[in-house]
Write a protein that binds this ligand. Sequence first.
Ligand SMILES: O=C(O)C1=C[C@@H](OP(=O)(O)O)[C@@H](O)[C@H](O)C1
Ligand SMILES: C=C(OP(=O)(O)O)C(=O)O
Length: 445
Amino acid sequence: MKISARRDLKFIDLPAIRVATGAVRLPGSKSISNRILLLAALADGPTEICDLLASDDTERMLDALETLGVPIVQVSKDHYRVQGVGGQSPLSFPVGEANLFLGNAGTVFRPLTAVLALVQGHYRLSGVPRMHERPIADLVDALRQLGADITYLGKEGFPPLQIKPAPIRAKEITVKGDVSSQFLTSLLMVLPLFPPAAAEAMAITVTGELISRPYIELTLALMARFGVQVEREEWRRFRLRADQCYRSPGKVFVEGDASSASYFLAAGAIGTGPVRVEGIGRNSLQGDIRFAEALKEMGAHIRSGDNWMEASAPESGILRAINLDCNHIPDAAMTLAVAALFADGATTLRNIASWRVKETDRLAAMANELRKFGAAVEEGADFLRITPPAGGLAANAVIDTYDDHRMAMCFSLASFGAPVRINEPDCVTKTFPDYFEKFSTLVRT
Ligand SMILES: O=C(O)C1=C[C@@H](OP(=O)(O)O)[C@@H](O)[C@H](O)C1
Ligand SMILES: C=C(OP(=O)(O)O)C(=O)O
């Protein structure tokens, strides 16, 4: 049965929800979709991509690649054919001069900066105002070590950027790992663009702690699908085996999005369940699959198969409070922060300083909005401690979403405790345009 949620462009009102059961097919993974689109463009020959995510972040990558002259055909709704422009040395795009608007998509802005810094063209890269507040200096510093000509057009260390042709020298470089793993991902993805002899001289050393490591594993796994093996020494040093270039795997399928799965699995864990997500399974490439382990620690029942996962609530109906290092699941950890409202004590989510430089300052935003339900929230430099309100969640809270898709999606779960209004719900278009429609098919008042 569908819930009757009132919705217009400005807000969505969710009634108090008691139960969540059923199954949803997940949208494609954002992280996999954008990596595969770029790898396909850099490969030699055509790649068929099935189950690609349709959302703002993937549209930004598709638009950028088309602007650069990469031939892309949409075969059907989520099925694309990309004609790679690789196989020439040095690599260049058919369009050597372009202005690219990349929205707020980190998985587009950072990797394209690295690729375009090497291809000897004139490019300007910009995004929404928030993208111009998200740091990129660590990546630019690493590319400058190779000789790249990159200028900050606004504030030093932040987009927008201008890239000009420059002599590039392959050499050993360093990159900081403690602000975003996307910088290392971007450098890894361009390793095969160097001519074979030069690639031998290339190595990337990470300085400082490397955060969000599963996303590096995802990058390496997808590069391997496109025929490129990277050798790594622990999480410190990465280099290419000689003489490798990207080769189209022919046809690739995009898994369902594990971060998007977290909202539905949490719904099952809070609201009776079982709730099943289809499109990811126990062998997923994505690190956010480990969100299910956190839910299990909170007492939820989890089952999984090759292409599905399912969550249901503990017999007691109440989740256990946890104390968890969430560095490996930075996106899905936001879902845990809202699930914490339904726990039997104070939940602590640690090692999430990167939240401050994402779609919004997520530590501050999350603390503000959780307090609207009467929760006691301690906001540390890199942690949150959430104590649920003793007498149940305050009714009719009005939640601001800060143009952050995950704020909108994870606060839908608060409706299991009380009616809630979510402002500006359309920010979900970044990764999951029909989130609220899918959510409403699972829940009952
Ligand atoms: O590489 C990726 O696909 C991503 C890496 C993570 O960012 P950080 O490495 O900045 O934590 C994650 O939050 C983001 O949504 C996607
Ligand atoms: C941090 C996120 O996005 P981005 O890829 O823009 O970094 C996210 O989706 O939660």
